[in-house]
Design a binder for this molecule. Sequence first.
Ligand code: ZN
Ligand code: ZN
Length: 247
Amino acid sequence: MIIKALLNLLYPPRCPFCGTLLSPHDSGDIRLSPAGGGSPSWMERLTCRRCAAELPWIERSCPHCGSSLEEGENECRRCNTGIFSFQDCCALACYRGEIRETLHRFKYRGQKALAEPLGKLLAGKIAREPWSSSLEFLVPVPLSRQRLLQRGYNQASLLAGVLSRELGLPVKEILERVRETESQTGLNRSRRAENLYRAFRCCREVPAGSHVLLVDDVLTSGATAHEASRTLKEAGAGRISVAVVAR
Ligand SMILES: [Zn+2]
Ligand SMILES: [Zn+2]
Protein backbone atom coordinates (compact mmCIF):
# COMPACT_ATOMS: atom_id res chain seq x y z
CA MET A 1 0.00 0.00 0.00
CA ILE A 2 2.80 2.40 0.96
CA ILE A 3 4.69 1.54 -2.20
CA LYS A 4 1.58 2.16 -4.26
CA ALA A 5 1.00 5.54 -2.58
CA LEU A 6 4.62 6.49 -3.17
CA LEU A 7 4.46 5.46 -6.81
CA ASN A 8 1.29 7.49 -7.23
CA LEU A 9 3.11 10.49 -5.84
CA LEU A 10 6.11 10.03 -8.11
CA TYR A 11 4.15 9.00 -11.17
CA PRO A 12 0.64 10.31 -10.69
CA PRO A 13 -1.88 8.35 -12.75
CA ARG A 14 -2.67 9.85 -16.12
CA CYS A 15 -5.50 9.24 -18.53
CA PRO A 16 -4.14 6.63 -20.96
CA PHE A 17 -5.87 8.33 -23.89
CA CYS A 18 -5.03 12.04 -23.52
CA GLY A 19 -2.40 12.13 -20.79
CA THR A 20 -4.37 14.38 -18.38
CA LEU A 21 -3.39 13.91 -14.73
CA LEU A 22 -6.11 11.99 -12.95
CA SER A 23 -7.42 13.24 -9.66
CA PRO A 24 -10.48 11.68 -8.03
CA HIS A 25 -12.83 14.31 -9.48
CA ASP A 26 -11.39 14.47 -12.96
CA SER A 27 -11.89 10.82 -13.61
CA GLY A 28 -15.05 9.47 -15.10
CA ASP A 29 -16.88 6.21 -15.58
CA ILE A 30 -17.45 4.83 -19.01
CA ARG A 31 -21.07 4.06 -19.80
CA LEU A 32 -21.54 0.59 -21.11
CA SER A 33 -24.76 -1.30 -21.39
CA PRO A 34 -26.20 -3.64 -20.24
CA ALA A 35 -26.19 -1.74 -16.99
CA GLY A 36 -25.55 -3.70 -13.86
CA GLY A 37 -23.01 -4.12 -11.15
CA GLY A 38 -19.48 -3.91 -12.43
CA SER A 39 -16.52 -5.68 -10.91
CA PRO A 40 -14.48 -3.61 -8.43
CA SER A 41 -11.66 -3.14 -10.91
CA TRP A 42 -14.12 -1.89 -13.48
CA MET A 43 -15.18 0.82 -11.08
CA GLU A 44 -11.63 2.03 -10.65
CA ARG A 45 -11.40 5.29 -12.44
CA LEU A 46 -9.06 4.75 -15.33
CA THR A 47 -9.72 7.61 -17.69
CA CYS A 48 -10.39 11.34 -17.44
CA ARG A 49 -13.94 12.62 -17.46
CA ARG A 50 -13.72 13.99 -20.98
CA CYS A 51 -12.41 10.74 -22.48
CA ALA A 52 -14.97 8.71 -20.52
CA ALA A 53 -17.72 10.88 -22.01
CA GLU A 54 -16.43 11.54 -25.52
CA LEU A 55 -14.36 8.67 -26.85
CA PRO A 56 -16.19 6.24 -29.14
CA TRP A 57 -16.86 3.49 -26.56
CA ILE A 58 -18.99 0.71 -27.92
CA GLU A 59 -22.13 0.54 -25.83
CA ARG A 60 -24.26 -1.74 -27.98
CA SER A 61 -22.60 -4.07 -30.40
CA CYS A 62 -23.25 -6.94 -32.75
CA PRO A 63 -22.78 -10.05 -30.57
CA HIS A 64 -21.12 -11.89 -33.43
CA CYS A 65 -18.60 -9.43 -34.87
CA GLY A 66 -18.47 -6.83 -32.11
CA SER A 67 -19.04 -3.78 -34.28
CA SER A 68 -20.99 -0.87 -32.85
CA LEU A 69 -24.75 -0.78 -33.50
CA GLU A 70 -26.34 2.57 -34.28
CA GLU A 71 -29.27 3.96 -32.33
CA GLY A 72 -32.40 1.94 -33.14
CA GLU A 73 -30.42 -0.72 -35.00
CA ASN A 74 -30.87 -4.25 -33.66
CA GLU A 75 -28.99 -6.17 -36.27
CA CYS A 76 -25.57 -5.73 -37.72
CA ARG A 77 -25.47 -4.64 -41.35
CA ARG A 78 -21.74 -5.26 -41.60
CA CYS A 79 -21.63 -8.99 -41.09
CA ASN A 80 -23.77 -11.94 -42.01
CA THR A 81 -23.86 -14.44 -39.19
CA GLY A 82 -21.55 -17.32 -39.89
CA ILE A 83 -18.81 -15.63 -41.87
CA PHE A 84 -16.34 -15.81 -38.99
CA SER A 85 -15.06 -18.95 -37.30
CA PHE A 86 -15.27 -17.25 -33.91
CA GLN A 87 -18.67 -17.03 -32.27
CA ASP A 88 -18.56 -13.88 -30.18
CA CYS A 89 -16.64 -10.64 -30.15
CA CYS A 90 -16.24 -8.10 -27.38
CA ALA A 91 -14.70 -4.77 -28.40
CA LEU A 92 -14.24 -1.86 -26.04
CA ALA A 93 -14.24 1.02 -28.53
CA CYS A 94 -14.28 2.04 -32.18
CA TYR A 95 -10.90 2.16 -33.88
CA ARG A 96 -10.57 5.89 -34.53
CA GLY A 97 -9.35 9.17 -33.03
CA GLU A 98 -7.63 8.94 -29.65
CA ILE A 99 -8.37 5.22 -29.37
CA ARG A 100 -6.44 4.61 -32.57
CA GLU A 101 -3.59 6.90 -31.48
CA THR A 102 -3.36 5.22 -28.08
CA LEU A 103 -3.18 1.77 -29.65
CA HIS A 104 -0.50 3.08 -31.99
CA ARG A 105 1.62 4.22 -29.02
CA PHE A 106 1.02 0.87 -27.34
CA LYS A 107 2.02 -1.13 -30.39
CA TYR A 108 4.70 0.85 -32.20
CA ARG A 109 6.17 3.34 -29.71
CA GLY A 110 7.10 0.95 -26.95
CA GLN A 111 4.50 2.21 -24.46
CA LYS A 112 3.98 -1.22 -22.95
CA ALA A 113 2.55 0.18 -19.71
CA LEU A 114 -0.66 0.99 -21.61
CA ALA A 115 -1.50 -2.72 -21.37
CA GLU A 116 -2.54 -2.10 -17.77
CA PRO A 117 -5.36 0.47 -18.20
CA LEU A 118 -6.44 -0.94 -21.58
CA GLY A 119 -6.55 -4.48 -20.20
CA LYS A 120 -8.48 -3.43 -17.10
CA LEU A 121 -11.06 -1.53 -19.15
CA LEU A 122 -11.46 -4.45 -21.54
CA ALA A 123 -11.74 -6.96 -18.68
CA GLY A 124 -14.60 -4.92 -17.22
CA LYS A 125 -16.45 -5.20 -20.49
CA ILE A 126 -15.72 -8.92 -21.01
CA ALA A 127 -17.03 -9.69 -17.52
CA ARG A 128 -20.43 -8.34 -18.61
CA GLU A 129 -20.72 -10.64 -21.62
CA PRO A 130 -23.15 -13.52 -21.09
CA TRP A 131 -20.60 -15.98 -22.50
CA SER A 132 -17.75 -14.94 -20.19
CA SER A 133 -18.70 -17.39 -17.43
CA SER A 134 -17.82 -20.43 -19.54
CA LEU A 135 -14.39 -19.20 -20.71
CA GLU A 136 -11.55 -21.59 -19.85
CA PHE A 137 -8.33 -19.89 -20.95
CA LEU A 138 -6.90 -17.00 -22.97
CA VAL A 139 -4.86 -17.21 -26.16
CA PRO A 140 -3.10 -14.09 -27.49
CA VAL A 141 -2.84 -13.70 -31.27
CA PRO A 142 0.87 -14.32 -31.90
CA LEU A 143 3.33 -12.31 -33.93
CA SER A 144 5.77 -13.99 -36.27
CA ARG A 145 9.19 -14.60 -34.75
CA GLN A 146 10.70 -11.93 -36.99
CA ARG A 147 8.10 -9.30 -35.99
CA LEU A 148 8.53 -10.18 -32.33
CA LEU A 149 12.29 -9.65 -32.58
CA GLN A 150 11.78 -6.30 -34.29
CA ARG A 151 9.23 -5.02 -31.77
CA GLY A 152 10.56 -6.73 -28.68
CA TYR A 153 7.10 -7.59 -27.36
CA ASN A 154 3.72 -8.82 -28.47
CA GLN A 155 1.04 -6.31 -27.51
CA ALA A 156 -1.63 -9.06 -27.54
CA SER A 157 0.37 -11.10 -24.99
CA LEU A 158 0.70 -8.05 -22.72
CA LEU A 159 -3.06 -7.50 -22.88
CA ALA A 160 -3.72 -11.19 -22.25
CA GLY A 161 -1.52 -10.99 -19.13
CA VAL A 162 -3.64 -8.21 -17.63
CA LEU A 163 -6.90 -9.91 -18.67
CA SER A 164 -5.69 -13.15 -17.10
CA ARG A 165 -5.14 -11.47 -13.75
CA GLU A 166 -8.42 -9.53 -13.88
CA LEU A 167 -10.59 -12.43 -15.04
CA GLY A 168 -8.77 -15.15 -13.10
CA LEU A 169 -8.13 -17.30 -16.19
CA PRO A 170 -4.83 -18.79 -17.39
CA VAL A 171 -3.03 -17.74 -20.57
CA LYS A 172 -1.96 -20.50 -22.95
CA GLU A 173 0.37 -19.41 -25.75
CA ILE A 174 -0.65 -22.31 -27.95
CA LEU A 175 -0.76 -20.49 -31.27
CA GLU A 176 2.27 -19.80 -33.42
CA ARG A 177 2.46 -17.61 -36.47
CA VAL A 178 4.31 -19.79 -38.92
CA ARG A 179 4.18 -17.70 -41.99
CA GLU A 180 5.22 -14.11 -42.44
CA THR A 181 2.28 -12.42 -44.10
CA GLU A 182 2.42 -9.34 -46.26
CA SER A 183 0.84 -6.24 -44.77
CA GLN A 184 -2.94 -6.48 -44.63
CA THR A 185 -3.31 -2.80 -45.40
CA GLY A 186 -4.76 -2.16 -48.80
CA LEU A 187 -5.99 -5.70 -49.36
CA ASN A 188 -9.67 -6.42 -49.80
CA ARG A 189 -11.51 -9.02 -47.74
CA SER A 190 -10.87 -12.05 -49.92
CA ARG A 191 -7.21 -11.13 -50.50
CA ARG A 192 -6.79 -10.75 -46.73
CA ALA A 193 -8.22 -14.19 -46.09
CA GLU A 194 -5.95 -15.67 -48.76
CA ASN A 195 -2.94 -13.83 -47.34
CA LEU A 196 -3.57 -15.30 -43.89
CA TYR A 197 -4.59 -18.83 -44.82
CA ARG A 198 -2.52 -21.29 -42.78
CA ALA A 199 -0.55 -18.47 -41.18
CA PHE A 200 -1.04 -20.06 -37.74
CA ARG A 201 -0.34 -23.41 -36.17
CA CYS A 202 -1.10 -24.87 -32.73
CA CYS A 203 2.17 -25.72 -31.02
CA ARG A 204 0.55 -27.46 -28.06
CA GLU A 205 -2.51 -29.59 -27.55
CA VAL A 206 -5.85 -27.77 -27.36
CA PRO A 207 -8.25 -29.26 -24.77
CA ALA A 208 -11.14 -30.78 -26.75
CA GLY A 209 -14.30 -28.72 -26.77
CA SER A 210 -12.73 -25.88 -24.76
CA HIS A 211 -14.09 -22.33 -24.72
CA VAL A 212 -11.22 -20.02 -25.65
CA LEU A 213 -10.86 -16.26 -25.40
CA LEU A 214 -8.71 -15.09 -28.29
CA VAL A 215 -7.05 -11.75 -27.45
CA ASP A 216 -5.79 -9.06 -29.82
CA ASP A 217 -5.39 -5.30 -29.70
CA VAL A 218 -7.57 -4.53 -32.70
CA LEU A 219 -9.97 -6.24 -35.09
CA THR A 220 -10.54 -4.56 -38.44
CA SER A 221 -11.60 -6.89 -41.26
CA GLY A 222 -11.65 -9.82 -38.83
CA ALA A 223 -9.48 -11.93 -41.14
CA THR A 224 -6.72 -12.49 -38.56
CA ALA A 225 -9.10 -13.49 -35.74
CA HIS A 226 -11.03 -15.68 -38.20
CA GLU A 227 -7.93 -17.58 -39.29
CA ALA A 228 -6.56 -17.91 -35.72
CA SER A 229 -9.96 -19.21 -34.55
CA ARG A 230 -10.20 -21.60 -37.48
CA THR A 231 -6.80 -23.03 -36.51
CA LEU A 232 -7.82 -23.45 -32.85
CA LYS A 233 -11.08 -25.14 -33.82
CA GLU A 234 -9.33 -27.46 -36.22
CA ALA A 235 -7.15 -28.47 -33.26
CA GLY A 236 -10.21 -29.24 -31.13
CA ALA A 237 -11.42 -26.03 -29.44
CA GLY A 238 -15.21 -25.90 -29.11
CA ARG A 239 -16.01 -22.21 -28.97
CA ILE A 240 -13.93 -19.14 -29.64
CA SER A 241 -14.82 -15.72 -28.28
CA VAL A 242 -12.69 -12.75 -29.28
CA ALA A 243 -11.72 -9.75 -27.16
CA VAL A 244 -10.12 -6.64 -28.66
CA VAL A 245 -9.58 -3.10 -27.45
CA ALA A 246 -10.87 -1.65 -30.70
CA ARG A 247 -13.02 -2.64 -33.60
ZN1 ZN B 1 -8.43 11.62 -21.21
ZN1 ZN C 1 -21.80 -8.08 -36.97
